[in-house]
Design a binder for this molecule. Structure first.
Ligand code: NDP
Length: 336
């Protein structure tokens, strides 16, 4: 069983020294447990937070422990009622080839509905994050304008496509011309490149009506460009700040919190952070039903960036944090 453990806590961007690849015997499932063989491992931005011991909403991975992560796996051996060898499940096996898990949190996957890897993306946690954050907090109405960055990723692409389903105008922001072209294919009304250095002006010209919902995925310079464009009563679901995840301290410059609070006050903005687990119990069944339907009808499309080799996961993870991915980042571990 090859696995990748946390060797030390990164300072800034993670490096090879922060990980340890080793091999141990395949584990044996206890009573009520299953042995799973990882087919696909999800890489997600939140894992950067788990590598750090800074106070957060979830406890960190301990140094020496296997890196955590959602997995689509095949049941190899079952000591648990209701699970049989050969079934495909969504679990939380982490960065390794085999895992032993209790079955309470496992979700069985029907391979007939969609490719099984999509349960890590559009039909999984990222798709759910977009659905819950946009509909519960953003609450876009027909005719309004919804903007999102990291817009070709599994969260952002779903935000834009649900905005369209709800009759809103969708504005997508992404890094580079290929991603911008893909946003147009997905049906975004406006697609902008944040790497041009001119985003603030481009937004002003392309979105003269202003923004009613800004789904915050990145923070940093994109947020600076969006803030002046927010309309009165705009909603800002704060989902992620990926531009900050590798920072070791706050960026240099004057304290801008006064200007931010001034905007919140004078434009009656709703700025509301969330972690998707808050909504999971209540909304997951509805999400699965809606999203399966939208996929079948072609109203939501998805793009995956599936790469081979568990041992390369650290390299792929750095790509994810810096925009080197194009679509949902997945590692093919045991999948052909
Ligand atoms: P993505 O696949 O979209 O990958 C992250 C993307 O962020 C990169 O591809 C890159 O896209 C963009 N990015 C990175 N650095 C910058 C920067 N400095 N400025 C602008 N864009 C940048 O990731 P996900 O869809 O999985 O996640 C999107 C966000 O949602 C993340 O912030 C994540 O932490 C958050 N999230 C939050 C959850 C919650 O419960 N609150 C749950 C799941 C995700 P590009 O090349 O287009 O710039």
């Amino acid at each position: 069983n090859h696995r990748i453990r946390l060797n030390s806590r990164p300072v800034g961007a993670p490096t090879a020294e922060n990980y340890l690849l080793d091999e141990v015997p395949v584990p044996t499932p206890g009573e009520g447990q299953v042995l799973l063989r990882t087919l696909y491992l999800s890489l997600d931005p939140y894992m950067r937070g788990r590598m750090s011991d800074a106070k957060s909403y979830a406890k960190p991975v301990e140094v020496g422990d296997v890196m955590v992560g959602a997995t689509v796996s095949e049941v190899v051996e079952s000591n648990a009622e209701g699970f049989t060898a050969g079934e495909i499940v969504l679990g939380y096996g982490g960065w390794q080839e085999y895992s032993v898990e209790s079955t309470g949190h496992l979700r069985k996957i029907d391979p007939e509905i969609a490719p099984i890897s999509t349960h890590l993306g559009v039909l999984g946690m990222p798709g759910f994050t977009a659905y819950a954050g946009l509909l519960e907090i953003g609450q876009p109405k027909a005719g309004e304008t919804v903007a999102v960055a990291a817009a070709t990723g599994p969260v952002g692409s779903v935000v834009g496509q649900i905005a369209k389903i709800k009759g809103a105008t969708a504005v997508g922001i992404a890094g580079g011309p290929d991603k911008v072209a893909h946003l147009r294919e997905l049906g975004f009304d406006v697609a902008l490149d944040h790497r041009t250095g001119n985003l603030r002006q481009e937004l002003k010209e392309a979105v003269p009506q202003g923004i009613d919902v800004y789904f915050e995925n990145v923070g940093g310079e994109v947020f600076d460009a969006v803030l002046p464009r927010l309309n009165t009563f705009a909603r800002v679901p704060v989902c992620g700040l990926v531009a900050n995840y590798n920072l070791t301290s706050l960026p240099e410059g004057p304290d801008r919190s006064g200007a931010l609070m001034g905007n919140i006050l004078s434009k009656s903005l709703l700025v509301r952070g969330f972690i998707q687990t808050e909504f999971a119990e209540r909304l997951t069944p509805q999400f699965l039903e809606d999203m399966s339907g939208w996929l079948k009808e072609g109203k939501v499309r998805f793009r995956e960036d599936i790469r081979p080799g568990l041992e390369k996961a650290p390299e792929y993870f750095n790509d994810l944090l810096t925009g080197g991915n194009f679509g949902k980042m997945v590692v093919a571990v045991g999948a052909e």
